[in-house]
Design a protein around this ligand. Structure first.
Ligand code: DOR
Ligand code: ZN
Length: 363
């Protein structure tokens, strides 16, 4: 068997196994209650750490709430085997009323690593989000001082803007002015889905605050045709919505480029099957079970397996100012069939699947 460590140069053809520093997930929804208990082990078995999204109902808006949520997450970790050392990196949900004091409390806690901006109305549980960033000026100043990054859901909600254009318009109307007004603000442009976002991040003005971007596995693998042609597939509905092939191709090119501003964030977002298969279905794809395998497949198909470790294991911690993992994981080339669903107390969550089998498996 050809075993490869990422530090060596190679041609991916004929490689059977790949060892890399244990990756982290820089954007995930682990929910709460029964879903958290049943599904957290999937994330914990794949990743060393994960940035935990705060869009619970009610949202996690204070450091005190984040501390309680963190405890519930720690209690849901596996008690043996891989995943026991998983570390949740908490975030707060920004509202029009988040105070600068709350930002200082978050920074002093040591366990809050970012503040999430949901423009009100953009996505799941975003109703309490920000209606206008002008309400947050003093809070954003505190974030600059504390170096707590702003993690942005980058879409506008203006009803006249087409749903496929919402990310592109967000760059001009919100992101660029925000970065100019707060030139020391650290920003993560979350789950980017367009060539426009790739270009914006790649060419970001280095005299402004650090800018990074997460990319999901599902946006690397699928375009909007897969979701809409031959019948609508609700399990591929997520936000930001899948775009044209040209955008998917640009995301792959960014992920495999080795550019340190791009890093892994699954945006795995479980919803119960009946809420997805509904006349008004929820947005989100469940990829936590097999995220690394999905990313490996993408990088392999692009002939760029040697770039996976940077994207999955190094660029994220470097951006967040955290140490790189000293643990490792090994992926093996092996074809396997995923379960259709994860059953949870008589309910189920559908696992993100493509028409083909996966060709990599975490050992
Ligand atoms: O598809 C998504 N699902 N996008 C988001 O922004 C939120 C997430 C969720 O929480 O369900
Ligand atoms: Zn998300």
């Amino acid at each position: 068997m050809n075993i490869l460590h990422q530090s060596t140069e190679f041609n991916s053809f004929g490689i059977d196994a790949l060892t890399l520093a244990r990756p982290d997930d820089w954007h995930v929804h682990v929910r709460d209650g029964a879903l958290l208990k049943a599904l957290l082990p999937h994330t914990a078995q794949q990743f060393g750490r994960a940035i935990i999204m705060p869009n619970l109902k009610p949202p996690v808006t204070t450091t005190e709430q984040a501390a309680a949520y963190r405890k519930r997450i720690l209690a849901a970790r596996p008690t043996q085997g891989p995943g026991t050392a998983f570390e949740p990196l908490m975030t707060l949900y920004l509202t029009d009323n988040t105070s600068p004091d709350e930002i200082w409390r978050a920074r002093e806690s040591g366990f809050v690593h970012g503040i999430k901006l949901y423009p009100a109305g953009t996505t799941t549980n975003s109703d309490a989000g920000v209606t206008d960033l002008r309400h947050c000026a003093v809070t954003l100043e505190a974030m600059q001082k504390t170096s707590l990054p702003l993690l942005v859901h980058g879409e506008v909600t203006d009803p006249v803007v087409d749903v496929f254009d919402r990310e592109e318009v967000f760059i001009d109307r919100v992101l660029e002015p925000l970065r100019r007004d707060f030139p020391a603000l650290k920003v993560v442009f979350e789950h980017i889905t367009t060539r426009n976002a790739v270009e914006y991040v790649r060419h970001a003005d280095t005299s402004l605050g650090m800018l990074g971007a997460t990319i999901t596995a599902h946006h690397l693998l699928l375009n909007r045709n897969t979701m809409l042609v031959g019948g609508i597939k609700p399990h591929y509905y997520c936000l930001p919505i899948f775009k044209r092939e040209v955008h998917r191709a640009a995301l792959v090119e960014a992920a495999i480029s080795g550019h340190p501003r791009f890093f892994l964030g699954t945006d795995s977002a479980p919803h119960l099957k009946n809420f997805k298969e509904s006349s008004c279905g929820c947005a989100g794809c469940y990829t936590a079970l097999h995220a690394l395998e999905l990313y490996a497949q993408t990088f392999d198909e692009a002939g760029a397996l040697r770039r996976l470790e940077g994207f999955a294991s190094f660029h994220g911690p470097d951006f967040y100012g955290l140490p790189r993992s000293i643990d490792t994981v090994t992926l093996e080339r092996s074809s396997w069939t995923l379960p259709e669903n994860i059953d949870i107390d008589g309910m189920s969550v559908v696992v993100f699947k493509m028409s083909k089998d996966l060709s990599w498996k975490l050992r």
